[in-house]
Ligand binder design. Sequence first.
Ligand code: SF4
Ligand code: F3S
Length: 117
Amino acid sequence: MTYIVNEKCINCRYTDCVEVCPVDCFYIGENTIVIHPDECIDCGVCEPECPAEAIQPDSDMDENLEYWLEINRKFSEIWPNATQKRPPLPDADSLNPAMGYEEDKTNDFSENPGPEE
Ligand code: SF4
Ligand code: F3S
């Protein structure tokens, strides 16, 4: 069992989530973040912290979630660990699905790593 980050994080990347994770299992990309599924202890603390509502448990399992679980698994092995909050990306609020942005952001996903701490 794990939590995962889905496409709602893309181009927002608020990073409120990283500060509350007790096992530091977030890994940062250029425009999003992922959770390492084998390190996550399934505590659920991060889910309500995300202003974009991008974090969900894998018990929600549907096709979209399965896709994002694989993304989380793959890129958490490659990207740098993130434990400290950073400024959100510049257009975070205007691209936030929880604030009314309606387009699917899946294709905006960048495979590039984010900044090291
Ligand atoms: Fe970290 Fe808990 Fe969120 Fe897993 S569910 S990523 S352990 S805060
Ligand atoms: Fe992304 Fe939400 Fe964390 S937007 S960086 S999952 S707080």
